[in-house]
Design a binder for this molecule. Structure first.
Ligand SMILES: [Zn+2]
Length: 469
């Protein structure tokens, strides 16, 4: 009697597979294929939410309960978004704020955001995850720093859990209102005891440190111009105690340099170091205005950074020199930033933006598509302290991947390098997007049960927040 055939959950065949993104220069593809980081015309097997194995078509593939013929399409690890403010899609492209500086934009929107509640937070998170998924993103963090009502992060996790999206909730905070020399109004700040006890509650309720976790929690005071020095210190201590990640905005805007010198008598990075944040536990959003010495110090301390290309361009500041930071050993990931500042949560577009910005800055050899993909996958995974499991597709990784739609029109003629073709010729979106092995996008369509119900409710909540009804 022949042995019983074992079946894996899912087998994807007939694909160009990037197991791990890396490489620059004219022979980048050749090297990646020779090193086994990429497979031209192969298969990948997924089981129990993990990558089991992958191989070329000449190697026999395991039997599977579900087979997806990728039709020659590109397969990559799911993109990882490491900076967002999902609730801001309730004030997307809000006309009174669109042409302001960062500080003008914030002060226009803070009073609107004071209307946030559990319902609108749930809806905005649901919409944000749907938007990210179709753009090939399978894990996102979210920096939720406005808490006019309690339990808003609980509402976020309800949405991500219902969808089956991998999520790192960032318990953000603001303590310094205008009365205390900060930027936000009193209606959106909280006292330190409330913030710290809610942080502990969220960690004990939702943070899953186990391998394959779907939900983790990080701690994330908003920025130096909206929180006290003492909450920065206390948050770092709490993160150490519970072994969770730390996140904040740093060196995002020139105005921040002036503010830090006036209020703290130090530059932003010096302040960041003084409050105990220069550790491998921290990743910072934007990090545009560090000077060369500060960059070296933070890289040596193990801090990592997130570049938000569209947000940088739309606010018309400078942008992080991602390649310089990477060359110092600092992992740099990619974030879409809040919908109100970048107005679009599309990780493919942000990845392309990172590539274009590097080349605009330093010339055509400054960044390849593979390097940009590396930022959006393993760079972003490093931001979240999650490199063993996400951001690559080697055996044992979480089964988070994208089969990219190859548009017969925009991809027409892109024949020599599928990775360069993918990022230079688009826009591209997910044909299949799998999280933990579950297809949340199938044949280009989102498979989210509640989306048709959520969208009109989101429209009503957004109109109310914008004062339109
Ligand atoms: Zn931000």
């Amino acid at each position: 009697m022949p042995p019983a055939q074992t079946h894996v959950d899912t087998l994807i065949t007939n694909a160009y597979i990037v197991l791990e993104a890396s490489g620059a220069g004219a022979d980048a593809q050749e090297q990646a294929l020779a090193a086994g980081r990429e497979i031209d015309g192969g298969w990948i097997a997924l089981d129990a939410g993990r990558v089991m194995s992958a191989g070329p078509s000449t190697q026999p593939a395991p039997a599977a309960r579900r087979v997806i013929d990728a039709g020659g399409r590109l397969v990559t690890p799911g993109l990882v978004n490491t900076h967002h403010h999902m609730y801001q899609n309730l004030t997307r492209a809000f006309a009174p704020a669109i042409n302001g500086t960062l500080f003008q934009w914030l002060t226009t929107l803070y009073p609107r955001w004071a209307a946030l509640d559990e319902e609108s937070t749930y809806l905005s998170t649901y919409v944000a995850c749907a938007e990210l998924l179709i753009s090939g993103c399978t894990t996102s963090s979210d920096h939720m720093y406005v808490h006019p009502k309690p339990n808003l992060i609980d509402a976020q996790i309800k949405a991500t859990t219902e969808i089956g999206f991998r999520f790192m909730a960032n318990r953000g905070s603001m303590t310094r209102s205008v009365e205390d020399g900060g930027l936000p109004p009193a209606s959106v700040v909280q006292d330190e005891d409330t913030i710290l006890s809610d942080s502990e509650r969220l960690i004990s309720t939702f943070h899953d440190p186990a391998p394959g976790a779907m939900t983790r929690v990080a701690l994330a005071p908003c920025s130096m111009f909206s929180v006290s020095e003492s909450i920065m210190r206390a948050t770092a201590e709490l993160a150490e105690k519970h072994d969770v990640r730390l996140h904040t905005h740093l060196a995002e805007d020139k105005d921040e340099d002036t503010y830090a010198l006036e209020v703290y008598g130090r530059r932003p990075v010096e302040y960041f170091e003084d409050v105990g944040w220069a550790t491998p536990r921290s990743w910072v959003a934007h990090y545009v205005y560090g000077n060369a010495e500060e960059n070296q110090r933070l890289a040596a301390a193990g801090v990592s950074a997130t570049q938000c290309p569209s947000s940088n361009m739309i606010l018309a500041g400078d942008t992080a020199d991602a390649q310089a930071l990477r060359s110092m050993g600092m992992p740099v990931g990619i974030g879409c930033d809040g919908s109100a500042s970048s107005d679009s949560a599309n990780l493919w577009m942000e990845t392309r933006g990172a590539m274009l910005l590097a080349r605009y800055r330093d010339g055509p050899s400054a960044m390849s598509a593979r390097e940009a993909l590396s930022m959006a996958t393993n760079g972003s995974a490093a931001n979240l302290g999650w490199v063993q499991e996400i951001g690559h597709l080697h055996p044992g990784a979480c089964a988070d991947l994208v089969i990219w739609e190859s548009s017969p029109l925009s991809q027409a003629g892109a024949l020599t390098d599928p990775v360069e073709g993918w990022l230079r010729s688009g826009p591209a979106s997910g044909w299949y997007v799998l999280v933990a092995g579950n297809p949340l996008v199938e044949s280009g369509e989102l498979k989210l049960r509640e989306l048709d119900d959520v969208l009109p409710r989101h429209a009503a909540a957004a109109a109310a927040m914008q004062g339109l009804n």
